[in-house]
Design a protein. Structure first.
Lengths: 151, 157
C-alpha cells in the first residue's frame, strides 16, 4: 500500500437559534447526539456509545449503502460545560484507518442564540478521505444538528 | 466572540524535520521502546521524566510525568491513533501542569528512508488552552527532544 499523510485544518462557523446550553447538550447527551450524529447514507447503524467526560470515550459505527463498515472512535481531552470541548477522533473503513483528528467545538452566545465554531485539525491517511469531502460531511452534520434542534 | 472569553483556545501547526544517520526501523524503535523514549524525551538535561504506563499499540495509552528538581508537576497523556511499523505513528497528547490542562495536540511522525538515513517529519497540530504559553513551549521543547533522538541513535549504533 502506498502510505500517505495529508494534513489539513478547517474552521466552520454555524449559528443556531437555540441557546448555548441547549446546543451544547445536543453534543453531550448520548440520546440527543444519536439523533443527528450519523453517516449520510447508512443502511444499518449501531447504538452510539458516548461517555462525555474528560478521558471518556465515544464509539459510533454503521454500514454504508455500498456495504462498507464505517467506524468512528473518540477520546475526550477537555470539556468546559456549555462553552467548549476538545476531542481526538479516528475513523476506519472496513478496519483500515482513514483519518485521525483533533476536533474543537466552541459555543458562544450570539444574541438570543449560539455561534458554534467547529475546528478540525486532521491527518488524512493513505488517500481514503480528504479535506473537501470531510468538510462537506461536517457541514452536513451541522445541518442535521439544526434539524434536531427544530431549526 | 472576543479573545477575552473565559475559555480561550489558540491554535497552531508546527512541522519539524530531522535527518538521522540510521535506518527507519532504528528510528521507529527509538519511539516504540519506552526505555529509549524515557532517555530522549527530556527537553533539558536537568529535567526528570518517568513513564507511569506505556502501551505502544493502536488504542494504547501512555502516561508520563516530568518536571525540574524531581517535582514531576507536568503530566502527559498520550493515546496512540495509528501505527505503521517503520513508516509512521500518530498520537494525541494532553498536557497538564499541576492538574490544570494546558494543551492538547495531534502529533504525526513520518519516517522516509533516504539511503541509509531517515528523514523524519513531525507535524504537530496544537491547541493551547486559556492563555497557556504552550505554543512557544511546544516548539521550544520538541526541538531539543528531536536532537536527543540523534544522540540516542548514535549511542546505540
Amino acid at each position: 500500500m502506498k502510505r500517505s499523510v495529508t494534513h489539513h485544518a478547517v474552521t466552520i462557523e454555524r449559528r443556531y437559534k437555540a441557546k448555548p446550553a441547549r446546543v451544547f447538550a445536543s453534543w453531550s447527551d448520548p440520546k440527543q447526539k444519536a439523533v443527528w450524529f450519523h453517516g449520510p447514507d447508512e443502511r444499518a447503524r449501531d447504538t452510539l456509545e458516548l461517555d462525555f467526560r474528560v478521558s471518556g470515550r465515544e464509539h459510533a459505527s454503521g454500514v454504508a449503502q455500498d456495504g462498507t463498515r464505517h467506524t468512528y472512535d473518540a477520546l475526550y481531552l477537555d470539556i468546559v460545560p456549555n462553552e467548549r470541548f476538545i476531542l481526538t477522533f479516528w475513523m476506519n473503513i472496513d478496519g483500515a484507518p482513514i483519518s485521525t483528528s483533533l476536533q474543537t467545538v466552541q459555543f458562544a452566545p450570539d444574541g438570543a442564540g449560539t455561534l458554534l465554531t467547529f475546528t478540525e485539525q486532521a491527518a488524512f491517511l493513505d488517500g481514503f478521505d480528504g479535506p473537501d469531502s470531510r468538510e462537506e460531511g461536517t457541514r452536513w452534520l451541522l445541518e442535521q444538528l439544526a434539524q434536531a434542534l427544530g431549526e | 466572540m472576543t479573545a477575552a472569553t473565559k475559555s480561550s483556545i489558540a491554535r497552531d501547526t508546527i512541522v519539524l524535520e530531522r535527518t538521522y544517520r540510521a535506518t527507519p526501523d532504528r528510528v521507529f524503535h527509538a519511539w516504540a521502546d519506552v526505555e529509549a523514549r524515557t532517555r530522549w524525551s527530556k527537553p533539558w538535561p536537568e529535567m526528570d521524566l518517568v513513564y507511569d504506563s506505556h502501551d505502544f499499540r493502536v488504542g494504547g495509552t501512555d502516561i508520563s510525568r516530568c518536571g525540574l528538581k524531581g517535582e514531576f508537576n507536568w503530566t502527559a497523556e498520550v493515546q496512540y491513533l495509528d501505527i505503521v511499523r517503520d513508516k509512521r505513528l500518530i498520537f494525541s497528547e494532553r498536557m497538564a501542569e499541576d492538574g490544570k490542562p494546558q494543551s492538547t495536540a495531534l502529533v504525526a511522525v513520518e519516517f522516509f528512508a533516504k539511503g541509509k538515513e531517515t528523514l523524519q517529519i513531525v507535524t504537530i497540530h496544537i491547541l493551547t488552552l486559556d492563555g497557556s504559553d504552550m505554543l512557544e513551549g511546544y516548539a521550544g521543547g520538541w526541538n531539543p527532544v528531536l536532537d536527543n533522538i540523534a544522540a540516542e541513535l548514535e549511542q546505540v549504533a
